[in-house]
Each structure stands twice: as structure tokens, then as C-alpha cells.
Write a protein that binds this ligand. Structure first.
Ligand SMILES: NC(=O)c1ccc[n+]([C@@H]2O[C@H](COP(=O)([O-])OP(=O)(O)OC[C@H]3O[C@@H](n4cnc5c(N)ncnc54)[C@H](OP(=O)(O)O)[C@@H]3O)[C@@H](O)[C@H]2O)c1
Length: 322
């Protein structure tokens, strides 16, 4: 079958027209894929920044296709485990170490499969699973966002962040964001946010505070030295949920701010099967349509990765398969 296969950190991944279809594990079923979406995770794997890398593995976590004649989406997480609070040590995600979705057929546990939301086409639906699940858990399960609360979602142009924004607006929250370009800022404002500031500036947090005041919840995936600014923008009793560390470690957060304002700092990763089910229901109920930036054929995988790395993208990058 046609597949994008990881070789090594040095060689990256190659498009192979004749990759031998992997065996279907016990209790798994095979889905014929129509489209698959990229995530930052795929880029981190290509750069060797992901644990447990193995050669000859089909990349890709997100996809949409056909199972027993029906259009389906599926949870890319395997073996979440019993607890709703955190994943088991056996938890892993399609596309490393298990074969993923940048190919014609993928195997998943039957229980991971859901009907494709009817209001989405295959391309839109393929963009939903990983980023939608991460956003849903970060906002609602971990962040406990309530209607009317003020939420600041940093880096609003990203795949997960845009789902956070769409979900938060649909839930009745007052939504704010930061972003890295004026073009993205105007696109975000058209989506119904109450305020957006450009994070490329020494005093963006002061500007934000002056214009919009403190917020009840922050959702962040950048981390790095700017994280303390987000912590400082929280109301007393507020919550910061982090689901990523794109800019690395954060050494300059003041414990005084955390304890005096009685803040909650929480981590969030992917989501439980219950989160996935709730996310799909929420997307159907609110007719959420994923923001798709560009679409490439599977054979143009390298162009799709270049687009992801350009930082110019706004939303998800999708590969069409058949
Ligand atoms: N824990 C999990 O389960 C999980 C799941 C998915 C993703 N993640 C992590 O979340 C991060 C984003 O993933 P993605 O797939 O959404 O990536 P993506 O679509 O490539 O988006 C990149 C994001 O980084 C933001 N960004 C870049 N520089 C920034 C800065 N200086 N300050 C604030 N934001 C900045 C971008 O904001 P603008 O475009 O607005 O500039 C954009 O939101 C990655 O670190 C990824 O590994 C974690």
C-alpha cells in the first residue's frame, strides 16, 4: 500500500508506494483511509524529539475513512486504562510506536471507532480526532470552563488552539487569544473572540491586562520563558492548563504569585475514551467545523511538513489518500 514511513532522525520519512500492509493485531479492525491530518507530534518525531522512535513505522495519528461501508473517525489513543484522571503506562498513540494513518489502511481497536459527524466531509473530519480531543480535555475536563468565564488561549493559530477557541466560544465563554502575526490576529477576531494580542512584543501581557483585565482560565502549549506572563494574567483562584512545551522549560514562574492567588496549575494530555465520546457529541451538537489550512496529496507529505514548519499555517494541514 501507499504509506509515509519513518526511517530515522537523519533520513526522516519516505513516501513508499509498495509498503507491505502490517498484520492486524488481535481485537483490532482495519479502516480504509480517505484523509489524514498532520500534528506537531509528527514534526517532533521527524526531528528525533520523541521518545521510543522505531524505524519502518507508518507515521500519522489522525485520520478518517470507511469501515464496513460506513464513514468513520477514530480515537488515536490506545490503552488509556481505567482512570479518568490520567492514562495508564501502556497508553500510546497511533503513528509511533504503532503504525499510523499516513497510508491507505490503518488498524485500530473496534471500540475506538465512531460514526463520522454528518456535517463534516472526510477532509474536515480527519482534522478532528487528536487536536479536538486534546482541546476538549484541556478546556472542559481539566480546565472546568463554565459559560461566562474568561478564557485566554495562547497561540490561537495552531491546530489544537483553534479547536480550543471554537469549543470555548460554542460553550458560551468569553474568549481571548494571543498570536504571532497581524494576519492571524484579524482572522481570529473574525471568529468572535473578545480580544487578541500579538505575543511578539516585550509588554504584550501588560497591553492585554490593560485592555481586557485578568482571566479565569489560561490554556497554553508554548511554555518557555513566557509562561509566567500567562500565570500573572490569572484571576485569584484561576487555572492554567498546559498541554505542550513548544518553547521548552519555564524557569521564571514566581511561587508567590501561585500561592497568594490560590492558583491551579494543571497538565493535560490527549484524553480518555469518555473525553473522546463527549468531544464528538459536542462537535455534532454545536456543528463545529475544523479549520483546515491546506490540503496535500499523500505523496506530497514533505510539502505538508514544510507548511507545518513555516509557522504560517492557520489550522490543520490535511493529506488526501484516495
Ligand atoms: N499533550 C498532548 O496531548 C498534546 C496534543 C497535541 C499537541 N500537543 C502539543 O501542543 C503544541 C501545539 O501542537 P499543535 O499540533 O497545535 O501545533 P501547530 O498546529 O503547529 O501550532 C503551533 C502552535 O504554537 C504556537 N506558538 C508558536 N510560538 C509561540 C509563542 N512564542 N507563544 C505562544 N504560542 C506560540 C502557535 O501560535 P500562532 O500560530 O498563533 O502563532 C500555534 O498555536 C505542541 O507542542 C504539541 O506537541 C500536545
Amino acid at each position: 500500500m501507499k504509506a509515509v514511513v519513518f526511517e530515522s532522525k537523519e533520513k526522516g520519512a519516505t513516501y513508499n508506494e509498495d509498503f507491505k500492509s502490517p498484520e492486524i493485531p488481535d481485537d483490532f479492525v482495519e479502516i480504509s483511509l480517505k484523509a489524514a491530518a498532520l500534528n506537531k507530534r509528527d514534526d517532533f518525531i521527524l526531528k528525533g524529539l520523541y521518545p521510543g522512535l522505531r524505524p519502518n513505522v507508518v507515521l500519522g495519528s489522525d485520520g478518517c475513512g470507511v469501515y464496513e461501508g460506513q464513514p468513520v473517525v477514530f480515537d488515536p489513543g490506545i490503552n488509556w486504562g481505567e482512570s479518568l484522571e490520567y492514562q495508564s503506562p501502556d497508553y500510546h498513540i497511533l503513528g509511533m510506536p504503532q503504525h499510523g494513518t499516513f497510508c491507505e489502511k490503518v488498524s485500530v481497536p473496534k471500540t475506538n471507532i465512531f460514526a463520522k459527524p454528518k456535517h463534516l466531509d472526510f477532509i474536515q473530519a480527519s482534522a478532528l480526532p487528536l487536536a479536538g480531543l486534546t482541546a476538549y480535555r484541556a478546556l472542559f475536563t481539566r480546565g472546568r470552563l463554565k459559560p461566562g468565564q474568561k478564557v485566554l488561549i495562547s497561540g490561537g493559530g495552531g491546530g489544537v488552539a483553534l479547536f480550543c477557541i471554537q469549543f470555548a466560544i460554542a460553550s458560551g465563554a468569553r474568549v481571548y487569544s494571543t498570536t504571532g502575526s497581524e494576519d492571524k490576529k484579524s482572522r481570529l477576531l473574525k471568529m468572535g473572540l473578545e480580544g487578541v494580542v500579538n505575543y511578539n512584543g516585550n509588554s504584550w501581557d501588560m497591553d492585554f491586562s490593560r485592555e481586557f483585565g485578568p482571566v479565569d482560565l489560561v490554556i497554553d502549549s508554548a511554555g518557555g520563558d513566557g509562561l509566567h506572563r500567562l500565570v500573572n494574567l490569572l484571576n485569584p483562584g484561576g487555572t492554567l492548563v498546559t498541554y505542550g512545551g513548544t518553547l521548552g522549560k519555564s524557569d521564571n514562574i514566581s511561587p508567590q504569585v501561585i500561592f497568594w492567588k490560590q492558583l491551579n496549575i494543571k497538565g493535560s494530555t490527549m484524553g480518555s475514551p469518555q473525553d473522546f465520546k463527549n468531544m464528538i457529541r459536542f462537535v455534532e451538537q454545536h456543528q463545529i467545523v475544523p479549520v483546515v489550512d491546506r490540503v496535500f496529496p499523500l505523496s506530497d507529505f514533505n510539502k505538508a511538513v514544510a507548511r507545518l514548519r513555516s509557522k504560517d499555517h492557520f489550522g490543520k494541514i490535511v493529506l488526501t489518500i484516495s
